[in-house]
Design a protein around this ligand. Sequence first.
Ligand SMILES: Nc1nc2c(ncn2[C@@H]2O[C@H](COP(=O)(O)OP(=O)(O)OP(=O)(O)O)[C@@H](O)[C@H]2O)c(=O)[nH]1
Ligand SMILES: [Mg+2]
Length: 344
Amino acid sequence: MKFLDLARVVIRSGSGGGGCVSFRRDKFVEYGGPDGGDGGDGGDVWVEAVDGLNTLIDFRYQQHFFAKNGQPGMGRQRTGKDGDDITLRVPVGTEILDEDEETVIADLTQVGERVLLARGGNGGFGNLHFKTSTNQAPRRGNPGQPGIEREIWLRLKLIADAGLLGLPNAGKSTFLAATSNARPKIADYPFTTLHPNLGVVGVDEAEFVVADIPGLIEGAHEGRGIGDRFLGHVERCAVLLHLVDGTSEDVAADWETIIGELEAYGGELAEKPRITVLNKIDALDEEERAERQAALEEVAGPVMMMSGVSREGLLDVLRAMRRAIEAHRRGERDAVEEPGPWTP
Ligand SMILES: Nc1nc2c(ncn2[C@@H]2O[C@H](COP(=O)(O)OP(=O)(O)OP(=O)(O)O)[C@@H](O)[C@H]2O)c(=O)[nH]1
Ligand SMILES: [Mg+2]
């Protein structure tokens, strides 16, 4: 499986049971009966965003979701039982895509949001419904309608307030571990992080969610490395924190690599509010700090200085993130509360 955060599933709603055309058999003679019940409807297939999940991994083990068929109607006006519905339970932030892997059928952003993916087949009327004054026992009923089978894709975009960006080894996971409850793997080799980690960061009584994604490298948007698959995760963030490794020989080139990938990825990612940080300053002396800061600011504009290891500058960075997130939340709220067109 290429994408860890993408799953293909086949769903099928139940068929209707079919209405009953009631008749009794007595030896070789058939007597029409007037009282055939309706068929039960087939079960629907729903998808629902639930709390407490943050991966689609379960859908790698189960890929087929079939709702139950309705039962046929029976004589003496007995209706067939409806087939049970089924619900795919997915994390908040899951998009449902059509078979083409492009058309978005639904985008589940709230806990409890539910969308119908495939309606069960109609059960069909029994002959009771076709009774007329002249035909008291019609040999007629509706067949149950077939269920719908379709292939869909589930794609997860985690909903974090802030996303960490940087080359492999820039110190993203170290930052997340130093500031949140998350315990990501940290090591001195690239691509230590293979799938996104989320952490809840608390600063001055405010809380926000930070996503640590795998490092990006040049050509990531063409599939080099692994980070590009996860850029989708940071598309919804209020702010991006771009970490540049201060111990690198060429901090400006490192910065440009990431910005180049953001632009190549397209969408609004490159325009998103971004805080640029020169990281690992604990490993630099005064002169190196000033030199690297100047080199980075020449291409990136104002930068903040920080060390995830010694924690120097960490609080200022968290406060800057908090301000950006709160501004974003205010913006969203204002957009929602804006009065719509007047209607009598
Ligand atoms: N001196 C110093 N080293 C750091 C700092 N932050 C991280 N490191 C080291 O840099 C290396 C990479 O750190 P990670 O946090 O795993 O880096 P990452 O950006 O998550 O890397 P990937 O997951 O591979 O993209 C580790 O050896 C860390 O100990 C820092 O502030 N100062
Ligand atoms: Mg990492």
